[in-house]
Ligand binder design. Sequence first.
Ligand code: TXA
Ligand code: MG
Length: 305
Amino acid sequence: MRIDLTEACRLLKDDVVAIPTETVYGLAASLYDPKAIDKIFLLKGRPRKNPLIVHVASEEEVLNLSLSQPPGYEKLKELWPGPITLILKADTAKIPSLARAGLPTAAFRVPALPLARELIKKTGPLVVPSANLSGTPSSTEPRHVEEDFGKNFPVLDGGTCQKGLESTILSYNDATARWQILRQGAVTPEMLTHVLGYPPEVVIPESGKDPECPGQLFRHYAPKATLTVTADAEIAVGFKERTYTLPVLLLGSLENPEEVAHNLYFVLRELDERGIKRAQIDLDFPTTGLWTTLRERLMKALHKG
Ligand code: TXA
Ligand code: MG
């Protein structure tokens, strides 16, 4: 059910609403409403060990909710409003334990979409995980949210998400005195290298060890369809410059990773909408910039892990 800003504000007094951001749609609840936050975990089927990102309207609010900001923070905050999330020491008196999954840290982001910031200015800080059932592809348009949570679920309509990929998550590593990437996302490693003056390490979770980004533990981004790299499939998911032996669902152009990012979750969801059981994914694309995030998402979807 599509709702407007006024209705979203009203509902957020004691309930959960889906909202648009420039990355993907999210399920929002007030940071100060543990009951609504609890409902988010239930709705998504999300493990309570997986903390949420606190979304604020301006950077000053981040300073209010965190205890300290490591070196380099001043440079990274220049990317806000935007698709970047920073892990900081949380003011645990202000941020409910449920939102942090009991951690002493919290994730913060100032979204770039004006409609989202306008809403948060009115409601105060919101926790906003992606608006999809845990493990499935994120939602990049209102229809996706309604597919996962039902036709009557309230969705603040912001049209299609511009980026189509989640924010990049960074944390500060005290041992190396450098920021590191916990989740690749819409901001590329090259952009971060430019901002920080060094290339941030991409942390790959070690099997058998607790990952620094709890979300990495769980199944992700996978449609019901089985994805494969071989041609024993009903359909190919690929690029408009190429020819395939199978009918093809296009991600976009090899010249335009932003377009591919914008389309990725739409296409993964489209496979299930069409009842496809097995799809061939073309992974033969560059290894730089946004392509690194795209590969990571597709590999997770491929292995349903
Ligand atoms: O673009 C985005 O970030 C979207 C939109 C809606 O803003 N949100 C999003 O939220 O992707 P979610 O909940 O799907 O992913 C949040 C990730 C999870 O992997 C979680 O483990 C990690 O952030 N996270 C949250 N708090 C953390 C913390 N204190 N330390 C490490 N990782 C944390
Ligand atoms: Mg998510």
